[in-house]
Design a protein around this ligand. Structure first.
Ligand code: TRP
Length: 332
């Protein structure tokens, strides 16, 4: 870790199966940015239990997510990777920050409002305080930069508010983080309902491309992708399905959107679908192979994760010490 490097922190929930939305919107960006930062990337399993999880699945999904980080090119030279639950300080700081967060501001979180409107009285308290745990994930490592999807921007604003509030009440303990919302690939949409974000928990599995999908399934899903009426391939508001396919291509190839759209002038929707499927397949195939290799050697994977959580805990503990001192907990 170089002292001059800034810190970057991000995580994904190990619930359900990861999609190309997680890969293109998050992991691939981390890989791109990692060498310029001291990075902490984790699987947020403590967040995952805000919804009911099958215990065996939760563990498997956590290993799968972390193996995918490595397979996608996260480099241990630049990044520390681990499971959130392996670093106790996340839960510890979350309690403290609960005491610095307001019911009002948490009640205004769009994600909470959406989820709670469905659950009613039996909504878990954890879903309400979810953003406080997220703030803890970030502030524990004194993060400067936090890459997130646009749906998490509000949670990052809250993190900043809580950090500023704590610093103001006590002393400047926390670095106030900046969000990083990627412009390309930030929002991969559902293939069947291209006005909705592609989600791990999508009701229709045909709308989402999972990292664990076979190449055949990926081909099939792109062939069935919904592509608006008309026949011209143009990157316009009224054609969210077409736009999504072009976005996916842009996120993978690094080509500009204009360039890609132009290359389809006079061509049919079918071309775009087949090409996009092929581009996704050639990107994912090697990642899948490497993921399987990491998963095949659980011992080695667990060794990497233990080293990661040890390193993370050391950094996290330094922050906890400062927080405890600032609050005035009696020294032991
Ligand atoms: N809430 C984030 C999401 O659903 C995941 C997350 C948890 C996270 N803790 C974080 C992202 C800390 C960035 C930093 O996408």
């Amino acid at each position: 870790m170089s002292a001059s490097k800034k810190t970057m922190v991000s995580g994904i929930q190990p619930t359900n199966k990861l999609t190309i939305g997680n890969y293109l919107g998050a992991i691939k960006n981390w890989v791109k940015l990692q060498s310029e930062y001291d990075c902490y990337f984790f699987a947020v399993d403590l967040h995952a239990i805000t919804a009911k999880q099958d215990p065996k699945q939760l563990a498997d999904n956590t290993f799968f997510a972390l193996a995918t980080y490595l397979a996608a090119g996260i480099d241990l030279k630049h990044a520390t990777i681990f499971a959130q639950s392996h670093v106790r300080q996340h839960a510890e700081l979350a309690w403290i920050l609960n005491c610095y967060s307001y019911m009002g501001e948490l009640g205004r979180m769009t994600q909470f409002k959406e989820k709670s409107s469905r659950a009613g009285e039996t909504i878990p308290v954890g879903l309400f305080t979810y953003p406080v745990l997220m703030a803890s994930d970030i502030l524990l490592y004194q993060a400067d930069l936090v890459p997130v999807g646009s749906d998490q921007k509000q949670h990052l604003e809250l993190t900043r508010d809580v950090a500023i509030r704590f610093n103001h009440n006590h002393s400047k303990v926390f670095t106030v983080p900046e969000p990083y919302i990627p412009t390309v690939g930030a929002r991969i949409m559902d293939l069947l309902e291209p006005t909705n974000k592609m989600s791990k928990s999508s009701p229709n599995e045909m709308g989402a491309v999972y990292l664990s999908d076979s190449m055949k399934d990926i081909e099939k899903k792109f062939k069935r992708a919904v592509t608006d009426s008309g026949s011209e391939i143009t990157y316009v508001e009224e054609k969210p399905g077409i736009r999504n396919l072009i976005d996916i291509q842009a996120a993978i190839t690094g080509r500009s959107i204009g360039d890609i759209a132009k290359s389809y002038e006079g061509k049919m929707y079918g071309h775009l679908k087949v090409d996009t499927a092929n581009i996704v397949i050639s990107e994912l195939q090697p990642v899948q192979e490497r993921t399987q290799r990491f998963l095949a050697d659980k011992g080695e994977l667990q060794r990497i994760l233990r080293a990661g959580s040890d390193k993370a805990a050391t950094r996290a503990e330094a922050t906890i010490r400062k927080v405890y001192d600032a609050i005035g907990f009696a020294p032991r």
